[in-house]
Structures are given as structure tokens and as C-alpha cells.
Design a protein. Structure first.
Length: 281
């Protein structure tokens, strides 16, 4: 049986550490505040926003909720972000994606002040990650690095393959693995002979967005497999992009879904909120 990388336990450990840091800041008279904006009532977004608020409460971060109507205009949203950028009592600003189709997401992301961009999606945050300067890093890939490190998995010198090249997972994931001295390959929908590429991986990160697509035929014996995908199967059960039972029979370590990457994303958001105070100082 492979080692199961327990994202729930690791994220709890991180949240306990952050709780202490938040308490230390409070003792210095600094209250950390996250503004969370949701436009419309997409049920999945409401669940994510609810979980983020709960995590804030747990570690002692103040959260301000802005629940806007579906019909909110782009200008209204940009104007709210402008006000929050100016507020000295707001450290982080998070706009829950996806936004309704009439709002340009790129424009909204770019409007958040880079020093408050706790999601790490702003072009400046992506740029600082790319050239190795301080800045916010997208929470899901940053959480995966923590999962690997805290599970004692060495990245330096390893063959790392990332399947997926999205701006929020695949690309920052590749940059982070590179920063950790991995030898990185990014595979995507136009990759020829995907299996041949993924079978080279010592560490395989799967962010392909297709339920159970990755079976043991894609995985080298003894590899570490990180499953970013989240899907609802028939009967409402959650599954990932990896066929867990099948891949578990060949790999050395694997993340489950649920309880793997998911909880780390929120823990890293909390980490970014705590770090935001330093960046603003
Ligand atoms: P996306 O749809 O933006 O990107 C998917 C990527 O997979 C694309 O770059 C595409 O080139 C590649 N791809 C698609 N089909 C392929 C194929 N047949 N072969 C090789 N590559 C292929 O998705 P995303 O936003 O990066 O998310 C990926 C998955 O991770 C989704 O299931 C999403 O729900 C999940 N996700 C989870 C978390 C979390 O916190 N656990 C966070 C973000 C995303």
C-alpha cells in the first residue's frame, strides 16, 4: 500500500501554526482582515466562501463578507475593490471566481492591489513568482509544495511532471517546482504521447480537470502522485483526476480526494493573509 499524504492533517497543523502567528500579531495590536467578495449565488462558490470564512474564524482572522447581486456591474465591482485597496484596515482582498459572464475576470484580478492579492492571481504576483522575488503565490500549488515538504518528499533533482497549464494551478505549480530545484515538464491537452511523458515522473502533479483520467498506465512504479482534481461522481461522491484505487497499486505516495490537496488550498490562503501584513509593512 502506498503512503497516503494526509492533506487534512497537514492543513490542520499549518492552521495551528498560523493561529499562533495571528495571536502574536494581535498582541502587537494588529488585527488581520480579509475581505471576501462574492458576486451572485453560485452554490459551489458559496460553499468555498463559507469554508474560507470558517477558516478565518478558526485562526482568528477577521473576515468581511461582500455578497453582491448577480446583476452587479463590472464598474461597481471595480469601485468596491478600489475602496478596499485604500482601506488601511483591510489586509487581503479575495474575489471568488468564477464571476458572472458580463464581468471581465482579468480586469478584476488586475484591479486588486498586489500587496493585498492573497489569491496570488495578479499579474505582478505571477511575475514575482517567476523571477523569485517576494510576493503572493497561488494557494493550490503553494499548498502542494507544503504537502510534499511536510511529508518528507525531496523535490530537488527529481523529474517532476505537471499535467495542466492553467494560470491558477499548472503554470504556478511548474514555477514552484523549478524554484525547489525539480526538473520540470508541463504536459497539456496538445502533448503527444502523454503516457510516455508522465511515466518519466518521480513526482506527478495532475491538474487536468477530467475525472479519474489518470490510471496506473500513466504512472511510474514508485512515483509520488498529487491529485488536484475535484469532481462529483454519481451518488454525490467526490473523486479526483486520478483513478485512486488503480494508481495506488503502483505508486509510492498519493493524495486522496477528498482530504488531499483541497484542505491545503484554504490553509495557504490563511498563510497568505498572515504574510500580507509583512508585505504591507
Ligand atoms: P483547467 O480546466 O483550467 O485546466 C486543465 C488543464 O488540463 C489545461 O491546461 C489542459 O491543457 C489540460 N488538459 C485537458 N485535457 C487534457 C488531456 N487529455 N491531456 C493532457 N492535458 C489535458 O483546470 P484547473 O483550473 O487547472 O483545475 C484542474 C482541476 O483541479 C479541476 O478538476 C479543478 O476542479 C481542480 N482544482 C482543485 C483545486 C483544489 O483546491 N483542490 C483548486 C483549483 C482547481
Amino acid at each position: 500500500m502506498p503512503m497516503v499524504i494526509d492533506g487534512k492533517a497537514i492543513s490542520t497543523q499549518m492552521k495551528e501554526e498560523l493561529k499562533q502567528k495571528v495571536a502574536d500579531r494581535k498582541a502587537q495590536g494588529i488585527e488581520i482582515t480579509l475581505a471576501v467578495i462574492q458576486v451572485g449565488k453560485d452554490p459551489a462558490s458559496s460553499v468555498y466562501v463559507g469554508n474560507k470564512k470558517k477558516a478565518c474564524e478558526y485562526i482568528g482572522i477577521r473576515s468581511l463578507a461582500f455578497e453582491l447581486e448577480e446583476e452587479t456591474t463590472e464598474q461597481e465591482l471595480l469601485s468596491l475593490i478600489g475602496q478596499l485597496n485604500e482601506r488601511a484596515d483591510v489586509n487581503g482582498i479575495l474575489v471568488q471566481l468564477p464571476l458572472p459572464a458580463h464581468i471581465d475576470e482579468d480586469k478584476v484580478i488586475a484591479a486588486i492591489h498586489p500587496a493585498k492579492d492573497v489569491d496570488g492571481f495578479h499579474p505582478q504576483s505571477v511575475g514575482t513568482l517567476c523571477i523569485g522575488q517576494p510576493g503572493f503565490v497561488s494557494c493550490t500549488p503553494a499548498g502542494i509544495i507544503q504537502l510534499l515538504k511536510r511529508s518528507g518528499i525531496e523535490i530537488a533533482g527529481k523529474e517532476c511532471v505537471v499535467i495542466g497549464r492553467s494560470n491558477i494551478v499548472g503554470k504556478p505549480m511548474a514555477l514552484l517546482l523549478l524554484r525547489e530545484n525539480g526538473t520540470v515538464t508541463v504536459a497539456h491537452s496538445r502533448t503527444r504521447d502523454l503516457k510516455e511523458v508522465t511515466k518519466r515522473a518521480d513526482i506527478l502533479i495532475v491538474a487536468v480537470g477530467k475525472p479519474k483520467m489518470i490510471t496506473k498506465e500513466y504512472v511510474k512504479q514508485g512515483a509520488v502522485v498529487i491529485d488536484v482534481g475535484i469532481h462529483r461522481e454519481e451518488g454525490n461522491r467526490l473523486c479526483g483526476d486520478v483513478d485512486y484505487e488503480d494508481v495506488a497499486s503502483v505508486c509510492h505516495a498519493i493524495t486522496p480526494v477528498p482530504g488531499g490537496v483541497g484542505p491545503m488550498t484554504i490553509a495557504m490562503l490563511m498563510h497568505n493573509c498572515v504574510e500580507s501584513v509583512k508585505l504591507q509593512e
